[in-house]
Design a protein around this ligand. Structure first.
Ligand code: BGC
Length: 423
């Protein structure tokens, strides 16, 4: 019998696939259905958090197996692009990580996620979550995602040894005092005292300065149309942001947040503004001698963001995905996950055993402080708006360094993306 070249190639492919399946099975249960969980939690404290959730899922969902759809890159900078392409090709993962708020609304409006209202009721989630958070997950009375946590964005992390070597022993409470300390640190020989990374990390810094300059209400209004971007207060904030950037590392645009964090760990910088996933990550990397303070001038403002999980439209394994979401929704799942991730549970009835002192303080702050959303992490801005702001920052930081040009681009983006009905 003669075989065509095509038939031989197909046969060779089949042999390879069969062999790969046999070899790849390892200790996996080949009869189990898989649930692909798409996140950007690839290493350090982020991976530790995901692993803790996976352990609970494995225990609570027999016959279901976790499949890791991770795409590395802080704040989902790469994952979001891959996800968009997959959804456009009707190749959705079973579930994906998405920020509660404006970013989730994009997916709801596009019909990419399924209604979970019935599950919410059977899991008792409406009672267990803060009311405001449920509102951020709801569109037209239907609820579309399960929040795993609440993170805080407006925190400055420090290397106390580097600071005390320069004679800095107290945390600054105002922006001018912070700028003075940065200068002092530089004069002591730390050339780039403020560790900074690429675009979205710069946006976090800018947002923190805007909170200081405008206060909580006016800051939140920047994203609803109630506060104008064309004000002298906004331009003063951008000028102060520019001064802060002057104290940062020149290679910032090439660095993700863990690379900037490395500068802090290695004593090449004294400060880094970053969300409170940094605490868990520093611990996971064995650097325990860190400290933190709320960004100077932010007072009792808690800039929040929340990671949530959805049931994708067309999910290959909806039953297994519901079990994953049930794990994320459970108090035990939230305890295990948050103890490792550094965030606080979205559920207010979650036991806090295993939480660090920082996390216990954050639980209390979340109850009592004034919440504002984050644009860099999707609670305030849609993805398209984030992309526009990130490109404006990238152009400022890599090319023109002009405060006026940056202000113009930011105001232009707001004009483009603030929904008409919010004006
Ligand atoms: C996510 C966090 C994550 C951080 C850095 C944020 O957008 O909400 O879970 O740790 O990005 O990657």
């Amino acid at each position: 019998m003669r075989y065509t070249r095509r038939a031989l190639a197909a046969f060779a492919g089949l042999v390879l696939l069969t062999t790969a399946a046999a070899c790849g099975s390892g200790d996996e249960d080949s009869s189990a259905a898989t649930v692909e969980v798409f996140t950007w939690w690839a290493e350090g404290g982020e991976k530790a958090g995901l692993d803790a959730l996976v352990s609970r899922f494995t225990a609570e969902c027999p016959g279901q197996q976790f499949s890791d759809g991770v795409v590395a890159g802080g704040a989902g900078i790469n994952a979001k692009q891959v996800l968009t392409a997959r959804l456009a090709q009707n190749d959705p993962p079973d579930t994906f990580q998405v920020h509660a708020g404006a970013e989730l609304t994009d997916f709801i409006d596009a019909g990419k996620v399924q209604d979970l209202t019935t599950e919410y009721d059977s899991w008792g989630l409406r009672q267990a979550l803060p009311e405001g958070l449920v509102e951020d997950l709801t569109v037209n009375g239907e609820i579309y995602s399960v929040p795993a946590n609440v993170h805080r964005a407006n925190v400055v992390w420090t290397n106390p040894q580097v600071l005390s070597d320069a004679g800095i022993n107290t945390a600054p409470t105002t922006l001018p005092a912070f700028l003075r300390d940065l200068e002092k640190l530089r004069k002591s020989g730390v050339e780039s005292p403020l560790a900074l990374g690429r675009d979205w990390t710069q946006l976090m810094l800018l947002e923190a300065v805007l909170i200081t300059k405008l206060g909580a209400d006016k800051f939140s209004g920047l994203f609803t149309g109630e506060t104008s971007w064309n004000s002298t207060a906004v331009s003063a904030a951008i000028t102060d942001f520019d001064k802060l950037v002057d104290y940062s590392n020149a290679d910032r645009d090439a660095l993700d947040w863990p690379d900037a964090e490395r500068l802090l760990i290695d004593g090449k910088a004294g400060y880094q503004l970053m969300g409170d996933w940094e605490a868990a990550d520093l611990e996971a990397k064995g650097f325990k001698a860190y400290d933190h303070f709320t960004f100077p001038g932010n007072g009792k403002v808690f800039q929040w963001l929340a990671d949530s999980f959805v049931l994708s439209t067309g999910a290959p394994n909806p039953e297994g995905t519901r079990c994953w979401l049930g794990t994320v929704a459970s108090a035990a799942g939230q305890q295990a996950f948050n103890a490792a991730k550094g965030s606080i549970p979205a559920r207010t009835d979650t036991p806090t055993e295993g939480f660090s002192d920082y996390q216990l303080d954050a639980v209390e702050d979340w109850r009592t402080a004034t919440p504002v959303p984050s644009c860099a992490h999707g609670s305030a801005c849609s993805q398209a708006w984030q992309n526009a702001v990130n490109s404006a920052l990238s152009a400022y930081s890599t090319t023109h360094h002009s405060v006026t040009a940056l202000h113009k681009s930011l105001a232009g983006a707001a004009k483009q993306f603030i929904k008409q009905d919010q004006n």
